[in-house]
Design a protein around this ligand. Structure first.
Ligand SMILES: Nc1ncnc2c1ncn2[C@@H]1O[C@H](COP(=O)(O)OP(=O)(O)OP(=O)(O)O)[C@@H](O)[C@H]1O
Ligand SMILES: Nc1nc2c(ncn2[C@@H]2O[C@H](COP(=O)(O)O)[C@@H](O)[C@H]2O)c(=O)[nH]1
Length: 158
């Protein structure tokens, strides 16, 4: 969406450590537990033992750059956005059917293998592997087993 449709990217905040190719202010604002507590956030969650959160300022910044903004959230965050911003929000649930492929993609992305194992064991991962009931009524499911097919679905929606 960013590359092809020039959508704005909402940069969110996290207390997890950056992965090898991640940059502060581009991929995330990387925070300490102390700096995270001081932020004025629209919503925040704990996901696999780290804190994540996003602000309305971040959303407005992305909206100033482009008419469509994208934000990557867990399902709890997605439900909060829908509740808070209503019709301004379209929720797309990006789904991968095979958990082995999902794990391999995380490893190929450069995630630390211990962190991947920890993530797979977390309640949040288990909750978000399939679309939760509270999103079913309004979320669009993007099947991301195959890149071309996922891209074709996104093209159609855009
Ligand atoms: N259809 C696909 N085929 C092959 N690789 C893919 C496909 N979709 C995503 N990937 C790769 O899988 C990895 C994870 O994707 P990405 O980082 O976009 O996921 P994410 O939803 O942001 O993850 P997270 O839940 O950790 O925030 C990336 O390296 C990405 O390039
Ligand atoms: N509710 C929120 N979820 C967020 C936010 N930023 C990221 N995320 C989600 O966290 C997990 C893990 O992300 P990772 O980059 O460590 O792999 C993933 O589901 C993201 O979508 C946020 O600000 N709020």
């Amino acid at each position: 969406m960013i590359e092809k449709y020039h959508a704005g990217k909402v940069i969110t905040h996290t207390t997890r450590k950056p992965r090898c190719n991640e940059q502060d202010g581009i991929d995330y604002y990387f925070e300490t537990p102390e700096s995270f507590q001081k932020l004025h956030l629209l919503e925040q969650v704990e996901y696999s033992h780290a804190h994540y959160g996003s602000s309305l300022e971040g959303v407005n910044e992305a909206w100033q750059k482009a008419p469509i903004a994208t934000i990557v959230l867990d399902t709890l965050g997605a439900a909060t956005y829908k509740k808070q911003l209503g019709d301004c929000v379209d929720v797309w649930f990006v789904q991968v059917n095979d958990p082995i492929i999902l794990k391999q993609r995380m490893i190929d992305r450069g995630d630390d293998i211990t962190k991947v194992e920890q993530r797979i064991a977390s309640n949040e991962y288990k909750r978000d592997i399939q679309i939760p009931d509270e999103l079913k009524d309004f979320a669009i499911i993007i099947e991301n087993n195959d890149w071309q097919q996922a891209q074709a679905q996104v093209d159609k929606l855009m």
